[in-house]
Design a protein around this ligand. Structure first.
Ligand SMILES: [Zn+2]
Length: 462
C-alpha cells in the first residue's frame, strides 16, 4: 500500500466528521468482539467464552476474533467445547437477525503444546483427560477444519464489511513477512487493516514476552494503517502499555482466563524463579483458578477506532476506552511517552492514613519471617485509581529507599470493583538500623507516574 495515499484520505475523513459534528451519533462501520487466551480445559471452563460471545452478539458485532490459546492443555475436547459454545450463540454462523458473523480465530502455543508447560500434564490427567485427545496427536489441521469450518492455512486473509483481516497460525508466525511482500499492495490503502497473531510484536507491548522473532515489525513498520492485535502475555488491559503506536499500532488482547504481571511486584507470581528474590506476600492469582477475564469490543468509524475494554468476570467496563485516531492520521496519542504524559496521576483521599506494624509471619516459601505490614486505603479519587503502590522507607535527609512495590489486588478488574484497602508486606531486614525512619506509600499509575505519598509516624529500629 502507499503510505501517502492513506494519510491524505484519512485526513479528509477527519475533517468531514469534524465539520459535520456527528461523532456521538455515528454508527460504527465495523464492530468486532475480541478475546484471547480462553485456555479452555473442561466443559465448565468454556462457559466464560460463551458468556463473552453472548455479550458480543448483544452488542451487534460483525465478527469475533480469538487470538489463540483456545485450549489450555491442547486437547481436541477443548476445541469442541469452543465450537459448541459458538454454535449455541451464533447457530450456522448467524446472528439472531440473520446477519453472518465472521470467525476470526487463530491458534496459540497452548493449542499445540499446552501439556509441556509447568505441571499441566499432571493437571490434565487428574481432571480425567488423556494424551490420546491431544490436538497434535489427532492432526491439528484436520481438527481446525472440523470444528471451525475453514482450512488451516499458514496465513489466512478475510474481509469483513470491506476491512482486511490477516492472521498467521502459531506454527507459521514468520510467514507474514513474505505474505506482506506478495500481497500488501492488494490491501485497501484508504482503510486500517488488521493483523492478529498469538504473540505480540517485538519491542512493543509484550514486556519482553514476545516470540514472533521480529516478523510483525518487519512486515508492518512502514504500514501506519496496520493494527496488530496479539494475545499470549495475559497482561491486563488496565495497563496502558497494552497499546502502542510507532510505525503501526499494536494492541494487546489480554486474557479470558487469568492475568499475568510484569516482574517486580511483591504480591505477584514470579514466572522465572530466582534465588535472589523471596517475596513476602502470596501471589495474587493462581493459573489454575482462571480468575478475572478480559476482552474488548472494537468499533471502527470513519475517523477513529474505539477499543472498549470489558471485565467479563464482573460484567462491567474495565476503564475508559482507547480511542485511536485512524492510523495514518499522523497523530499517535498511544505512543508510550505521549500516553504516559496524558495518564492522570493518582491521589490519596484527604484523610488517608498509613498504619504500620511488625509481625512474625511467613514468606511465600513458608519460611518464618519478621515482617513489616503496611495497611493503607486505596488511592481512588476523581475517577482515577492507582494501578500500583511503591513503599519507601525514609530516614532523615534522604529520599527514601524503595522496599517493595505492590499492585492493587483489583488492578485487572473494572473500576467500580476497585478494593478499598491495600496491604504491603516486606521483611524488616530492609529497615535502616539505628536511625529514625518513616514508611511512605506512593500511589502510581500504570506508567509509574507517582502521586503524593502518605507517611507513617516516625519509628525507630536499633
Ligand atoms: Zn495463554
Amino acid at each position: 500500500m502507499r503510505r501517502r495515499d492513506f494519510i491524505v484520505i484519512s485526513g479528509a475523513f477527519s475533517a468531514f466528521v469534524a465539520r459535520g459534528g456527528q461523532i456521538a451519533t455515528e454508527r460504527p462501520r465495523l464492530k468486532v468482539g475480541i478475546v484471547s487466551d480462553t485456555h479452555i480445559q473442561d466443559e465448565a471452563s468454556a462457559r466464560h467464552f460463551e458468556k463473552a460471545l453472548c455479550y458480543f452478539r448483544d452488542c451487534g458485532v460483525d465478527a469475533v476474533m480469538h487470538v489463540g490459546d483456545i485450549s489450555d492443555w491442547g486437547l481436541v475436547s477443548a476445541w469442541r467445547y469452543a465450537a459448541e459454545a459458538w454454535e449455541r450463540v451464533f447457530p450456522g454462523n448467524r446472528a439472531p437477525d440473520g446477519r453472518k458473523i465472521v470467525k476470526l480465530f487463530t491458534t496459540g502455543n497452548h493449542d499445540f503444546e499446552g501439556i509441556k508447560y509447568w505441571d499441566q500434564k499432571e493437571e490434565m490427567l487428574a481432571c480425567g483427560y488423556n494424551e490420546k485427545d491431544l490436538l497434535v496427536a489427532n492432526g491439528i489441521e484436520a481438527q481446525w477444519e472440523r470444528f471451525f469450518g475453514e482450512k488451516f492455512e499458514p496465513v489466512v486473509h478475510k474481509r469483513v464489511k470491506g476491512y482486511d483481516f490477516i492472521t498467521t497460525h502459531w506454527n507459521h508466525r514468520k510467514a507474514i513477512v513474505e505474505w506482506m511482500k506478495a500481497h500488501g499492495g492488494e490491501l485497501d490503502a484508504a482503510k486500517p487493516f488488521f493483523f492478529f497473531q498469538h504473540v505480540n510484536p517485538d519491542v512493543t507491548i509484550a514486556a519482553g514476552c514476545s516470540g514472533d522473532g521480529g516478523a510483525a515489525r518487519k512486515a508492518f513498520d512502514d504500514s501506519p494503517n496496520a493494527v496488530v492485535i496479539g494475545g499470549h502475555t495475559h497482561l491486563s488491559l488496565t495497563d496502558g502499555h497494552q497499546i502502542w503506536q510507532g510505525g503501526f499500532t499494536a494492541v494487546g488482547a489480554a486474557s479470558m482466563s487469568w492475568s499475568e504481571l510484569p516482574f517486580g511486584y511483591e504480591n505477584a507470581r514470579q514466572l522465572v524463579p530466582s534465588k535472589d528474590r523471596v517475596e513476602e506476600m502470596p501471589p495474587l492469582q493462581d493459573r489454575f483458578f482462571q480468575t478475572v477475564k478480559q476482552g474488548m469490543v472494537m468499533s471502527v468509524y470513519g475517523d477513529r477506532i474505539v477499543f472498549e475494554k470489558r471485565d467479563f468476570t464482573h460484567d462491567c467496563e474495565l476503564d475508559a476506552p482507547w480511542i485511536v485516531p485512524l492510523p495514518g492520521s499522523g497523530r499517535r496519542p498511544y505512543a508510550f511517552a505521549a500516553h504516559a504524559a496524558a495518564t492522570p496521576i493518582p491521589r490519596f483521599g484527604e484523610d488517608a492514613r498509613v498504619s504500620v506494624r511488625t509481625v512474625v509471619g511467613s514468606n511465600r516459601r513458608g519460611e518464618k519471617s519478621v515482617q513489616m505490614v503496611v495497611d493503607f486505603p486505596s488511592a481512588v479519587r476523581d475517577g482515577v485509581r492507582a494501578y500500583d503502590y511503591e513503599i519507601r522507607v525514609e530516614s532523615e535527609g534522604d529520599e527514601g529507599q524503595v522496599v517493595c512495590r505492590v499492585v492493587s489486588p483489583t488492578y485487572n478488574c473494572g473500576f467500580e470493583r476497585e478494593c478499598r484497602a491495600q496491604r504491603a508486606v516486606f521483611s524488616v531486614r530492609k529497615l535502616p538500623r539505628g536511625v529514625p525512619y518513616r514508611v511512605a506509600v506512593y500511589p502510581r499509575n500504570c506508567f509509574g507516574g507517582t502521586g503524593k505519598p502518605i507517611r507513617s509516624d516516625v519509628r525507630h529500629s536499633t
